[in-house]
Ligand binder design. Structure first.
Ligand code: ZN
Length: 320
């Protein structure tokens, strides 16, 4: 077996309005916009990366905001929930904050001895805050949320699957995660402790139709690999399973391969390096539109086509 995977690298979802998207994740959730670039496959649209101070793997939620995108639907064969980790005792703060800012949220519940607050972003993307006493990861301390309550990074993703076994086998036998909690229709798998974003829940949804991936849904879940050498070995392993991984794609901030896991969720294996400081200093991350070298000659045109967005000052409260 290859080296076990260490956890989630990033999650990518689809939004509509870029300004509304950036305001929500920076102004409401207190994440940092660590990279403002374009969709390399569709350079007339943005690609935003939100995360901790440096956009470390395990903290990065990315969006393709397509202003004209239709609303998608959650269903089987999809990552239906993206969960963030917050410190124990913080959910009261967050419930009040979300209510004050007009965010649609549910009453906190408990699951596997953890308190969970479910809420939705402006495009209907289903999110959770999970209170957790001990977790690796440092929040971005210059955001609008006090550090003692701030998001640390990912707690987990939930995959809705019509059959648990094939995906569970990939997670455990191939990817090296271990089963931890099970309850009702939910089975949890974890990578080794010590990193942020190391859990995935399989939710057994045998009677739920397939979801439709569009605005307000997750497009793919990326897992961490340490370097390109390891990625090449994984490519071979995944190909050997018959899961048809793509060739390596250069995403500037990491290199990627993609494949569909057996239930149909798009997985990516992304390298940790080089990361978001490859083209901006740590204190300037996200401040300027960054383009890969092959799109730089078209910068003038691209900047004219993209709608301008304004990121709120870190201490500003967004208007509800
Ligand atoms: Zn990705």
């Amino acid at each position: 077996m290859d080296q076990p995977l260490t956890g989630i690298h990033h999650v990518t979802a689809i939004a509509t309005n870029p300004q509304q998207n950036a305001e929500f994740y920076t102004g409401v959730l207190g994440l940092r916009l660590v990279k403002k670039t374009v969709n390399f496959d569709d350079p007339g649209t943005y690609h935003f990366y939100f995360g901790d101070e440096l956009g470390r793997p395990g903290t990065i939620l990315t969006f393709f905001p397509w202003p004209m995108a239709r609303r998608g639907s959650r269903g089987s064969g999809q990552a239906t929930v993206t969960s963030f980790s917050v410190p124990d005792g913080s959910l009261g703060f967050w419930s009040q904050r979300l209510a004050r800012l007009g965010v649609l949220a549910e009453e906190p519940t408990s699951r596997f001895d953890e308190e969970v607050l479910t809420f939705y972003d402006p495009d209907g993307l289903k999110l959770e805050l999970v209170a957790h006493a001990e977790e690796a990861g440092e929040p971005w301390s210059s955001g609008p949320v006090p550090a003692r309550h701030a998001i640390r990074g990912f707690h987990s993703v939930t995959l809705a699957v019509r059959e648990v076994e094939p995906t569970a086998e990939l997670l455990t036998q191939t990817m090296g995660l271990r089963p931890s909690d099970t309850g009702g229709d939910r089975s949890r798998f974890e990578a080794a402790p010590g990193v942020i974003g190391r859990r995935v829940d399989l939710l057994h949804t045998p009677d739920t139709g397939r979801g439709h991936i569009a605005a307000g849904t997750v497009h793919h879940v990326a897992w961490r690999v340490p370097d390109e050498l390891s990625q090449a070995a994984w490519h071979e392993t995944i190909a050997h399973l018959g899961l048809q991984p793509t060739p390596v794609q250069d995403r500037q901030y990491f290199k990627s391969i993609y494949f569909r896991e057996p239930a149909g969720v798009l997985f990516e294996f992304a390298t940790d390096p080089p990361g978001f400081t490859r083209d901006e200093q740590p204190n300037a991350l996200g401040s300027r539109l960054q383009l890969p070298p092959w799109l730089e000659p078209r910068r003038d045109h691209i900047e004219r086509v993209l709608p301008p967005i304004e990121i709120l000052a870190p201490d500003a409260e967004p208007t509800p």
